[in-house]
Design a protein around this ligand. Structure first.
Ligand SMILES: Cc1cc2nc3c(=O)[nH]c(=O)nc-3n(C[C@H](O)[C@H](O)[C@H](O)COP(=O)(O)OP(=O)(O)OC[C@H]3O[C@@H](n4cnc5c(N)ncnc54)[C@H](O)[C@@H]3O)c2cc1C
Ligand SMILES: NC(=O)c1ccc[n+]([C@@H]2O[C@H](COP(=O)([O-])OP(=O)(O)OC[C@H]3O[C@@H](n4cnc5c(N)ncnc54)[C@H](O)[C@@H]3O)[C@@H](O)[C@H]2O)c1
Length: 514
C-alpha cells in the first residue's frame, strides 16, 4: 500500500497530512517477518487495538505481540472522528461567541468572517500533532510487530495478512465500525460525505444536508451551520439525540434551531437527484412531500461493524452483520481463544469505552490463568458526552432505567440559572440532574446539560466508581464561582432532605445550650 491509497481519506496532501500519514501509515513501512508464534495478535489499530497491543508489548515481559492495521493507525478517533470533529467544534464555538458577544456588552463586527480553509488547516495541524502517540513507530518501540494489510482468519490459530501467515495463542478483534450507507434512492450516485471524507473538505459547502440527528449528525450540523453553511438536518425520530434524556435533548434541539439549522423531524427521505443546481433531496414529513436543493449531503445515520473481510466463519466467531461480533461479559467471542473490544462489539461506541474494554481484554487474555479473575464489561461505569453547544454529558442510570430495574429513584435537579457562575458567564441554558436511590445518598446516575458539561461529569463518575454518596459530596469544597458548584448544590439539596422535624427539634435544643 502506498501513501496515495491512504490519501483517499486523508486529503489534501499538504505538509500536515503528509506528516500524519508518515506516522499512521508510513509509505516505506516493511512488514516484519512474523514470529513463530504470537502470544497475542490484535486486528485493527484504532483505540481498542492500540491500547491492547501496546499494553501487552509495553509490559516488558517479552510477550510476542502483533498488531495489524489495514488503513490508518489511530483508527476513527484520531483520523476521522473525535479529534477532527472537536477541532471544528472549537472554531464554530468561536463564531458563536462572537455572534453572542453583544449580550456581554462587546459589540460583534457587522460581519463575522470565517476562513474555512484555515479552520480545516488548523484541524489538520492539531491532528498531526496528536498522531505520534498512535503511530506505527510508537507501537514498534514497545516491541509490537506492526503489519499493514487486511487480516483474515485462516484456521483456529492462524490468520493471514498480505500473504504472510501469523500463528497466535490468542487473538483480539478490534476492527471498529464505519458509517451506515443510508438506503435512499439515488443517494449513492449523487454522492455523499461521511465521517471518512467530510474532514478532507477544503471549501465550505454553502448548503449542507445532514442525515441523522445522533451525536455525529448534531455535532457536525451545528459546527457547519456556525461556520457558514445553511444546514438542513434530517432526522427520523420526533426529536434529536433520542438516546439522551428528553429534556436534555430538547435544550440542544432549541440551540440548533437558534443557530439557524433547518430541522426536519419524523421525516422519510425518498430520493436524491443530482442536477446542475445541486443535489435535490425529496422527502416527506407529516404526510407532506417536499424537496430541497443542497450542495453536499453528510450521512451520520449510525455505524456498521467491520466484520466482512475477517473470515469469522473459519474460526467459529459468531457475529451479527448490524451489531457486530458477539461477546460475553468478559469480551470473549464464541471462540474461547478470540476476544473483541471497541466499536466492533460494543453498544458504547466511544474512544474511552474502547480504551477501557482493551484493558479488560488485556487482563482476560493474558492474566487470567484457567479463566480465573476475569474482568467484566458490565462492571464499568461509563460516562459519555455529546459535544454540541450546550454539551450533554451522562453517566450511570437514568431514572426510568433505575425504575425498570426495580430501584426506587429520586431526582435532584439544579438549573444553571441558579448557579452564579453560569449567570456571570451568560450560560444559563441547561441543568444538572442527579439520580439517587430513594432513602439513600447512593448516586445512580447523572445528566448534565451545560456549556462545559463534559468537564463536569467526571466528578460524578468518580463518586459513583468509588461509592461516594451525596452526603460526602456535600462536604467537598467547590471553588466559588464555578459552574461545577451545581454538583455541590445538588448534594446540599440532598442533605437538606435529611432535616426531619425530629432532627430540627434536636438542633433547636443544641443551639439553646451552645
Ligand atoms: C465523527 C465522529 C466523532 C466521534 N467523536 C467521539 C468523541 O468525541 N468521543 C468519543 O469518545 N468517541 C467519539 N467517536 C467514536 C470513536 O471514534 C470510536 O468509538 C472509536 O474510534 C472506536 O475505536 P475502535 O478501536 O473500536 O475502532 P476504530 O477506531 O474504528 O479502529 C478500527 C481499526 O481497525 C482497522 N481494520 C478494520 N478491519 C480490518 C482488518 N480486516 N484488518 C486490519 N485492520 C482492520 C480499521 O482500519 C481501523 O483503523 C466519534 C466517532 C465519529 C465517527
Ligand atoms: N461525542 C461523542 O462521544 C460521539 C460523537 C460522535 C459519535 N459518537 C459515537 O458514534 C456513534 C454513531 O453516531 P451516529 O450519530 O452516526 O449514530 P446514531 O445511531 O447514534 O444516530 C443516528 C441517527 O440517525 C437516524 N437516521 C438513520 N437513518 C436516517 C435517515 N435515513 N433519515 C433520517 N434519520 C436517520 C437514526 O434514527 C439515529 O437516531 C454514536 O453511537 C456514538 O457512540 C460519539
Amino acid at each position: 500500500m502506498n501513501i496515495q491509497k491512504h490519501a483517499t481519506t486523508i486529503t489534501p496532501l499538504d505538509k500536515y497530512n503528509q506528516e500524519l500519514l508518515n506516522n499512521v501509515h508510513p509509505s516505506d513501512w516493511i512488514n516484519p517477518t512474523p514470529a513463530e508464534l504470537y502470544d497475542l495478535v490484535v486486528i485493527g489499530a484504532g483505540t481498542a487495538g492500540l491500547v491492547t497491543a501496546k499494553g501487552a508489548g509495553g509490559l516488558g515481559l517479552g510477550l510476542k505481540v502483533a498488531l495489524i492495521e489495514k488503513h490508518l493507525m489511530g483508527g476513527d478517533c484520531l483520523n476521522v472522528g473525535c479529534v477532527p470533529s472537536k477541532c471544528l467544534i472549537r472554531s464554530s464555538r468561536a463564531v458563536a461567541d462572537m455572534r453572542d458577544a453583544g449580550s456581554l456588552g462587546v459589540i460583534p463586527p457587522e460581519e463575522i468572517k470565517i476562513h474555512f480553509p484555515t479552520v480545516m488547516a488548523r484541524m489538520r495541524q492539531v491532528r498531526t500533532k496528536i498522531s505520534p502517540v498512535d503511530s506505527a513507530m510508537s507501537a514498534k518501540k514497545v516491541g509490537v510487530d506492526v503489519f499493514f494489510g487486511e487480516a483474515s482468519f485462516t484456521s483456529n490459530d492462524t490468520l493471514t495478512v498480505k500473504g504472510q501467515t501469523l500463528r497466535f495463542k490468542k487473538a483480539v478483534i478490534a476492527t471498529g465500525a464505519r458509517a451506515v450507507k443510508p438506503q435512499i434512492q439515488g443517494l449513492e450516485s449523487a454522492g455523499y460525505l461521511t465521517n471518512e471524507t467530510v474532514f478532507s473538505l477544503t471549501e465550505l459547502p454553502p448548503r449542507l444536508a445532514v442525515i441523522g440527528g445522533g451525536p455525529i449528525g448534531c455535532e457536525l450540523a451545528q459546527s457547519f451551520q456556525r461556520l457558514g453553511s445553511q444546514v438542513t438536518l434530517f432526522h427520523r425520530g420526533n426529536h434529536i439525540l433520542n438516546k439522551e434524556d428528553n429534556e436534555a435533548a430538547e435544550i440542544v434541539q432549541q440551540a440548533l434551531i437558534k443557530d439557524g439549522i433547518r430541522l426536519i423531524l419524523a421525516c422519510q427521505m425518498s430520493g436524491v437527484e443530482k442536477t446542475a443546481e445541486g443535489k435535490i433531496i425529496h422527502f416527506s414529513c407529516n404526510g407532506k412531500s417536499e424537496s430541497i436543493v443542497v450542495d453536499e449531503i453528510l450521512a451520520g445515520a449510525g455505524r456498521q461493524p467491520n466484520v466482512e473481510s475477517l473470515n469469522l466463519e473459519a474460526v467459529g466467531v459468531e457475529y451479527d452483520p448490524r451489531k457486530g461480533v458477539i461477546v460475553n461479559d468478559n469480551l470473549q467471542t464464541s471462540n474461547p481463544k478470540i476476544y473483541a473490544a471497541g466499536d466492533i462489539c460494543m453498544n458504547w461506541k466511544f474512544t474511552h469505552a474502547a480504551d477501557a474494554a482493551a484493558r479488560i481484554v488485556l487482563k482476560n487474555t493474558l492474566f487470567s490463568p484457567f479463566g480465573f479473575g476475569k474482568y467484566k464489561l458490565s462492571d464499568l461505569v461509563m460516562p459519555w458526552v455529546t459535544y454540541t453547544h450546550p454539551e450533554i454529558a451522562h453517566v450511570g442510570m437514568y431514572e426510568e432505567e433505575a425504575q425498570a430495574k426495580g430501584i426506587d429513584c429520586n431526582t435532584i435537579k439544579i438549573d444553571f440559572d441558579d448557579v452564579d457562575r453560569a449567570l456571570a458567564d451568560g450560560e444559563t441554558e441547561g441543568f444538572l440532574k442527579i439520580f439517587h436511590k430513594k432513602g439513600s445518598d447512593e448516586i445512580l446516575g447523572a445528566t448534565i446539560v451545560a456549556s462545559h458539561a463534559g468537564e463536569m461529569i467526571s466528578e460524578v463518575t468518580t463518586a459513583i466508581v468509588h461509592k461516594i454518596g451525596l452526603s460526602k459530596m456535600s462536604s467537598v469544597i467547590h471553588p466559588y464561582p464555578t459552574q461545577a458548584e451545581a454538583i455541590k448544590k445538588a448534594a446540599d439539596t440532598y442533605r437538606r432532605t435529611l432535616l426531619t422535624e425530629n432532627t430540627k427539634k434536636l438542633l433547636g435544643i443544641l443551639t439553646k445550650f451552645s
